[in-house]
Design a binder for this molecule. Structure first.
Ligand SMILES: [Zn+2]
Length: 417
């Protein structure tokens, strides 16, 4: 009996000390999070800007009301997220001249809408293309919006569209999305490989992106496409939103051999925060069939109209209510990041949350909750120096390296002429 009476206060004291230590750690992590430049390299917010009812200067978090975006200027500020890459995204549609013309036109509409929306609020943030501009904005307390293009389908068969995108500020292009296109094979096309990697047109796309100094994004690409790029690209390559296959064997995730090769080539892999790539959810065939039906209904026809986007989101919300799925947590996500660091080292990893494209976690629902990621990383022993690299420096370094390669190629071009 005596022993129990003695042990109890000790247990309580231990817990109190632990809670105090953890509170200190959280404080420290929050300070680091606010201090370092925090960059997220992939979000799918721009499609929401094509509609009339999205306002990036307002907090759009009110549950149940459209548009259900997880990102806007007020919440970037709240979550101390200093910069974000917004993706000009369109799902894969038919590969015909008519459909190509339609997506090319729509891509320009998305860009126009994004510029119009962001330029309306210069006191809150701006569209930028360099680390230097972003750091200056951070000092002034403003947010930086970078541009990427997700799905090379949007260039059609016209190489000159790559420069069009570059000139309008895009600094990376994800070569494909969830299906194969004219450039390359995807990791998730149900029909399987079409080219066993890059197509002959895809090889020209790579040469043009290298020449311009535009980053090649390998997220969504099949393993054989990534291997082709590792051989062919003159510049480092990036995965703007991908997870680790060794932690979860999803076809969208990258295996260790690929991770090593990407790092060896000087590239970077950015952690995706999309729950189903992080942790397997219990099988639910009824839900899976319903999701497949919705996808088929809305995404098989190429570009979606504003009304279709709204209708799809409403149907998805209803479906999530009917078949709730347990979401992965920040801890589960950082397990993938730990694995990246183990395989590639801390100089080759970053964060690309895929918010507004399906990314979010149980305890990191929107961009305002991003400090939770830093808290978990600090808990696991990552230092301020590590966090500075992970939260932006690594990606900015690759961005500059890719531009240097482009400048060299262009100098060679000119010397030859
Ligand atoms: Zn994606």
């Amino acid at each position: 009996m005596k022993k129990i009476f003695l042990a109890l206060p000790l247990v309580c004291l231990g817990q109190t000390l632990w809670a105090q230590d953890d509170a200190k750690l959280i404080e420290k992590a929050k300070k680091i999070h606010a201090k370092v430049f925090t960059l997220d390299t992939h979000a799918d917010t721009p499609m929401r800007m094509v509609g009339k009812d999205f306002d990036i200067s307002k907090d759009n978090s009110k549950d149940g009301k459209l548009p259900d975006s997880k990102i806007d200027f007020p919440r970037m500020k709240k979550g101390s997220v200093d910069g974000i890459f917004f993706a000009v995204y369109q799902g894969q549609g038919p590969r015909t001249p008519e459909a190509n013309a339609k997506v090319q036109k729509m891509a320009m509409t998305i860009l126009d809408s994004m510029y119009a929306q962001i330029n309306r609020h210069p006191e809150m943030g701006k569209i930028v293309t360099t680390q230097e501009e972003a750091l200056a904005l951070e000092k002034a307390g403003k947010s930086s919006i970078f541009i990427g293009v997700e799905n090379g389908y949007q260039i059609g068969n016209d190489l000159s569209y790559i420069q069009k995108f570059y000139d309008r500020g895009a600094r990376y292009m994800t070569l494909c999305h969830s299906s194969n296109n004219d450039i390359c094979d995807s990791s998730t096309d149900p029909k399987g490989p079409e080219f066993n990697g890059l197509s002959p047109f895809g090889e020209k796309v790579v040469a043009e992106m290298n020449r311009l100094g535009m980053m090649i994004d390998i997220s969504h690409l099949s393993d054989s496409t990534v291997w082709d790029l590792i051989k062919l690209s003159k510049a480092p390559i990036v995965a703007t939103h991908s997870d680790a296959y060794a932690v979860l064997d999803h076809p969208r995730n990258l295996n260790d051999d690929l991770l090593r090769a990407i790092a060896k080539k000087g590239g970077v892999v950015q952690l995706n925060l999309l729950s189903s790539y992080i942790k397997a959810s219990p099988k639910n065939p009824e839900r899976e069939a319903a999701v497949a039906d919705i996808r088929k209904k809305y995404t098989s026809g190429g570009a979606m109209s504003d009304e279709q986007m709204k209708a799809m989101r409403t149907e998805m919300r209803e479906l999530n209510k009917k078949f709730p799925v347990p979401l992965a947590t920040v801890k589960d996500a950082i397990d993938h990041l730990d694995h990246f660091v183990k395989i590639m080292g801390v100089d080759h990893v970053g964060i690309g949350g895929d918010y507004d494209g399906g990314g979010y976690l149980a305890d990191c629902f929107d961009i305002a909750e991003y400090p939770n990621l830093t808290i978990e990383m600090v808990r696991r022993g990552y230092t301020e120096r590590d966090l500075k690299k992970i939260w932006g420096e690594n990606f900015f370094r690759v961005m500059k390296d890719v531009q240097k390669v482009g400048a060299k190629i262009r100098a060679g071009d000119m010397a030859m002429k």
